[in-house]
Design a protein around this ligand. Structure first.
Ligand SMILES: Cc1ncc(COP(=O)(O)O)c(C=O)c1O
Length: 444
């Protein structure tokens, strides 16, 4: 429809979040990839599709159904009802999620503190909706920030204050400074959003020492931490993973956000939140924050599809509730791809002349996860992405999408999760051609 045609509503009359870059970002990136279907995509953070298995989905459903009858003692009609009827708002696989967190992460949590959600995205929305009590509330978030978090915050009118990430994954001095600055301005920082493991988009992880310091700071400043952990299982180095913040959390400071999109199936749209903070009600009764989130959920999605939950539950049951065990193939594919991408960049940009602040083209070498950030000596914007897709046949994500301002950003995010090593080679050849041409164009 053209702008000249009669309209019934304008965006300006709708919620102010509509039209905000945080909400249009994902659509824009999807549109670019739809417009250039032949382009190699190093943009999508989707999991590897080669392991998708429809027959396994049916099996998982059956496994969970048997669990209801054989392990939990439900009569057949009860089990059928649980799977096919409207159901418990907080979900029906909470006990298996609690077991998974104990097995894989050493987290002990009462299943009643868990809400099973429609993806992690809904979990973020519920938590932010609950925390945003009034106009002086703000959310702190380590920058660059996952755009889904920024978008959810916009929808509940919660301003997001960036906290520097830096090489340690969170700049603790800056976090303390932002808390003080907000309070001095009469504002109330409700929580800080952080991704300690292979963050999206930076790929950076927080080491064990800084995790403990972050928790200490949260306790000192009376701040909640929202820990988002979709990529933690995909470490590429052998040896133990650092404990999650939630595993170290002795003071119920951490609200833990989980997703099964990367570890089981994105199409199931199942995630969860561990919200075991104790909330006093107006009648003096105390219950977990999860109960308050469930109240919001009952007015948003009512309950997460029990069929989808059953698929996740079955997969968990088939692997002793360990997603580490369930993801050995996936982990090695992502590790192989990450190493292939980093080696490919090293080969394609060797021996660069020294610049005052290091080589002109630089990249991160994450210890796991899906993402590598490439820094270049020119601003990377949507127009360059469009040109890259059209003229060079390669897609990536401008890092500018992960910052909540309009300042130019000279970096792009590459993802290794949905491609083969051969596609990585083709994609990197094309990206190298783009960068080389761009450097030559700017040089004169
Ligand atoms: C950091 C982060 N959090 C949350 C999500 C959303 O997860 P879900 O698909 O479970 O909604 C993603 C998806 O890419 C993500 O990267």
């Amino acid at each position: 429809m053209s702008a000249a045609e009669p309209v019934d509503l304008t965006v300006a009359d709708l919620h102010p979040a509509l039209g905000d870059p945080a909400l249009t970002s994902m659509n824009f990136l999807n549109e670019v990839s739809e417009r250039y279907p032949a382009a190699v995509s190093l943009a999508a953070g989707r999991p590897y599709e080669e392991f998708f298995d429809l027959a396994a989905v049916h099996r998982h459903l059956d496994t969970f159904h048997r669990h209801l009858v054989d392990d939990l003692g439900h009569r057949p009609e009860q089990a059928r009802r649980l799977l096919l009827q409207y159901g418990r708002t907080k979900g029906i696989v909470h006990h298996l999620i609690a077991r998974n967190l104990a097995v894989d992460e050493g987290i002990t949590v009462d299943p009643e503190g868990i809400v099973v959600t429609v993806g992690c995205q809904e979990a973020m929305f519920l938590v932010l909706r609950a925390l945003r009590a009034g106009p002086t509330d703000v959310l702190l978030a380590v920058a660059p920030t996952y755009v889904g978090l920024t978008g959810a915050a916009r929808l509940v009118d919660l301003p997001v204050w960036p906290v520097a990430g830096g090489p340690t994954g969170v700049d603790l001095a800056d976090l303390a400074a932002q808390v003080h600055r907000a309070r001095a301005a009469g504002l109330r920082p409700r929580a800080c959003y952080v991704m300690p493991d292979f963050a999206n988009p930076s790929g950076v992880s927080i080491d064990a020492t800084h995790r403990q310091r972050l928790l200490d700071l949260a306790a000192r400043e009376d701040l909640l931490l929202l820990e988002d952990n979709p990529y933690g299982l995909f470490h590429s180095e052998d040896g133990p993973r650092p404990p999650t913040l939630k595993a170290l959390d002795t003071g119920r400071r951490v609200v833990y956000l989980g997703s099964f999109a990367k570890t089981v199936l994105p199409g199931a749209r199942v995630g969860y939140v561990v919200a075991d903070q104790r909330v006093a009600g107006p009648d003096g009764r105390v219950g977990p924050l999860a109960d308050q989130l469930a109240m919001i959920k009952s007015m948003v999605t009512v309950n997460t599809s029990p069929i989808a939950q059953a698929v996740i539950g079955g997969r968990l049951l088939e692997h002793g509730c360990s997603l580490v065990a369930a993801n050995t193939r996936e982990r090695s594919a992502y590790t192989r791809n990450l190493r292939h991408l980093v080696a490919g960049l090293t080969r394609r940009f060797p021996d660069q002349p020294d610049q005052p602040d290091g080589p002109a083209v630089r990249w991160t070498v994450p210890a796991g996860g899906f993402f590598v950030v490439v820094t270049v000596p020119f601003p990377v914007d949507d127009a360059l992405l469009d040109r890259s897709a059209r003229d060079y046949g390669v897609l990536w994500t401008p890092m500018a999408h992960f910052y909540d301002d309009t300042a130019p950003v000279c970096a792009l995010r590459l993802s290794v999760s949905a491609v083969t090593p051969e596609q990585i080679d083709v994609g990197l050849d094309r990206l190298t051609a783009l960068i080389t041409d761009e450097l030559a164009r700017r040089a004169g």
